[in-house]
Design a protein around this ligand. Structure first.
Ligand code: HAM
Length: 438
């Protein structure tokens, strides 16, 4: 029978054995972000609904269909964050960061919420690593961002990723391009999906993002799709070319994708994503772009910016499917005690745990139950508190990897055990011997 309470649809629990990979990935990411000079910023999990509506765009799917919007007890119109950028820009303006220095490198990580239809790699609560470089309009900022984006995946063991990119121009060139798209689709307008027909009215670029097979067949029938890159102005083109040249000089592989439009409305000029085919329809592992009008749109001083977010759930899913081994936690100590030494074992465990990882039997069961537990625990060293040895100021220590046994003095035990754990396990001589009850 199904349990009475289940995790809400589109959410899931991550258990300790699954979290090993996540924690490792987070540590790797922190290292890369630190080396690139990014500082962490934490903003609230919820904000005014209006902030997200303004940022993502009233017509975006995120606002129209995917927002966790609610009224609090004070009747405020709030929403759980569907992404980080809006909150980070709100904080940038509210805390006056622009007045402190010109260029800001900010990163955030944690859960975000979108009410989509759950499927493989698509959840209603998911995690992002989000980075923003605020204050520079230079193509070099886009190049740094895309390089950091790729370097984060590489730190997790992804190889040969190809970034797809496009220029989405500026609002004026986008309007002109929207008209070209409408004209191009006019002959088949009545046969397009209802969703695409509606997108053609409110935000024609989003039509290019359709997953509808019928729409895609119509596009093929019409031949070559008009290109945004043919509609952008000279300054946008110069920026675009400088970004491509920059990527080439740092050795980041890219492909131009004329159909790349992104799901959020704030982008200007560069837009980029990386995909992994193993994820099927939900193939985007991450994406981002430039947003030069966003801060002014939110009432702040006109300030350019560029950023991206990586979907951690999807990245972890791909690593798991590829069988990339989750890093094992460092093996520690199993502390076994006799009836007479159990109380001492508790105190010793507390002392050792200041620096070392220690497991012991809180139920004070018999010796053989403790030996079984020690075998299952994954511990490297078994420390046995025999009554007689303890009286002599000693403990027995067995290396569970090699089977070698020794007696160590109680004094300086933490240091001696720490030194043994820091060494590679010694070679096995004649297999592990049975551990004798002292
Ligand atoms: P986004 O493309 O909407 O961009 O999301 C980034 C990534 O989050 C996606 O590529 C995907 O890996 C992951 N993602 C999105 N929705 C889901 C979902 N329902 N379940 C699992 N993973 C998902 C942004 O969020 C922008 N704020 C990025 C940005 C920062 N642009 C500029 N600065």
């Amino acid at each position: 029978m199904a349990p009475r309470f289940q995790a809400p649809r589109g959410t899931r629990d991550l258990l300790p054995e699954e979290l090993g990979r996540w924690q490792w990935a987070e540590t790797q990411a922190r290292g890369v972000l630190e080396r690139y000079g990014y500082g962490e910023i934490r903003t609230p999990l919820f904000e005014d609904f209006e902030l997200f509506a303004r940022t993502s765009g009233e017509s975006s799917d995120v606002v129209q269909k995917e927002m966790y919007r609610f009224k609090d007890l004070g009747d405020r119109d709030l929403a759980l964050r569907p992404e980080f950028t809006a909150g980070v820009m709100r904080a940038f303006i509210e805390r006056g960061l622009g007045g402190r220095k010109r260029i800001h490198r900010l990163w955030s990580g944690g859960p975000v919420f979108r009410y989509g239809r759950p499927q493989k790699g698509r959840y209603r609560q998911f995690s992002q690593v989000n980075c923003e470089l605020v204050g520079s309009p230079a193509p070099g900022a886009d190049v740094e961002m895309i390089t950091l984006f790729v370097d984060l995946y590489e730190a997790w063991g992804f190889r040969d990723l190809t970034v797809v990119l496009n220029s989405v121009g500026q609002p004026a060139s986008r309007r002109a391009y929207g008209d070209q798209l409408r004209a191009w689709l006019a002959p088949v307008h009545g046969r397009l999906s209802a969703d695409s027909q509606q997108r053609l009215v409110v935000n024609p670029l989003r039509v290019l993002d359709t997953k509808d097979e019928g729409d895609l067949a119509l596009f093929r029938e019409l031949g070559e799709v008009p290109r945004m890159l043919d509609a952008i102005d000279e300054a946008d083109r110069a920026h675009w070319e400088a970004v491509l040249a920059g990527l080439e000089s740092v050795g980041v592989a890219y492909e131009v994708d004329h159909g790349l439009v992104r799901g959020l409305d704030y982008y200007t000029r560069t837009a980029f994503e990386v995909h992994d085919r193993s994820l099927g329809a939900q193939s985007a592992l991450g994406g981002g772009g430039r947003y030069d009008g966003l801060i002014a749109e939110l009432g702040g001083p006109p300030t350019p910016g560029v950023g991206f977010a990586i979907g951690l759930d999807r990245a972890m899913l791909v690593l798991e499917e590829r069988g990339a081994a989750a890093p094992a936690p460092p093996a520690g100590i199993y502390l076994a005690a006799m009836e007479a030494t159990h109380a001492m074992a508790l105190a010793l465990a507390r002392e050792l745990r200041r620096n070392l990882s220690v497991e012991l039997d809180v139920e004070a069961r018999g010796f053989s139950a403790q030996m079984k537990a020690a075998g299952k625990s994954g511990a490297r060293l078994l420390v046995i508190l025999g009554e007689e040895e303890w009286k002599r100021g000693e403990v027995a220590v067995k290396d569970l990897a090699s089977g070698t046994q020794e007696t160590l003095a109680r004094a300086g035990l933490a240091e001696a055990l720490g030194a043994r754990l820091a060494q590679a396990p010694p070679p096995v001589r004649g297999g592990a011997k049975e551990t004798e009850k002292p």
